[in-house]
Design a protein around this ligand. Sequence first.
Ligand code: AP5
Ligand code: MG
Length: 203
Amino acid sequence: MILLGAPGAGKGTQAAQICKKYGIPHISTGDMFRENMGNNTELGKLAKTYIDAGKLVPDEVTLAMVKDRLERDDCKNGFLLDGFPRTIAQADGLKALTSLDCVLNIDVNTDLLLNRITGRRICPKCAGTYHISTLTSDLCPACNEKLVQRADDNEATVKSRIDVYNAQTKPLIEYYGKSVKSVDGNQPADKVFESIVKVLEAI
Ligand code: AP5
Ligand code: MG
């Protein structure tokens, strides 16, 4: 399945729960790029120049990385793609690699996105994602590690990411047409998850 949605729509939050419930790997292209950036690989150095500017990493680079990942054994019984595809060219590339059981879109009003993203804190150890509005300290509630903010979670970069989403990724909703199942992502995260499970159980 693939998960569509604007930056801050809650893709990562929902993907973690979906993958836990259904026992499938969570493949986030953003997380893969950040892992490479952390390890200072050639791919990471290249990705950083785009990510820091709020732009998309080139399609051919992203597609090659995803193709490689989907060939791994753990994808044999299904997988969830979070943040991929993000362009029509990526969607065409994916079509050549696999068929899809579900295209899920998390729909959130644009005016909520900035606050969600600038208030996000992540755990570098267990990858937990939180929002400052629900945190009581700067330590991860799950593993006590000091939480950090993503380098691209500043106001200027977020605006560019939202513009890029509207120009290049939103058209995928039309591309996938009737196969798209949309859920209301403006609700609290546990309600969004309930809506997603209903959609998945009806497939
Ligand atoms: P990526 O890491 O995919 O970032 P993104 O798409 O901008 O989305 P986010 O991760 O910011 O948001 P999310 O929807 O996962 O929300 P989350 O659950 O964390 O990509 C980063 C960059 O990498 C891109 O800009 C691009 O440069 C590059 N890249 C990645 N994929 C690429 C591709 N395919 N092609 C080319 N380049 C690519 O939630 C956000 C916050 O809201 C959190 O604080 C959370 O706690 C809170 N929250 C979540 N749900 C709710 C809710 N229901 N109610 C209230 N708060 C909520
Ligand atoms: Mg994410």
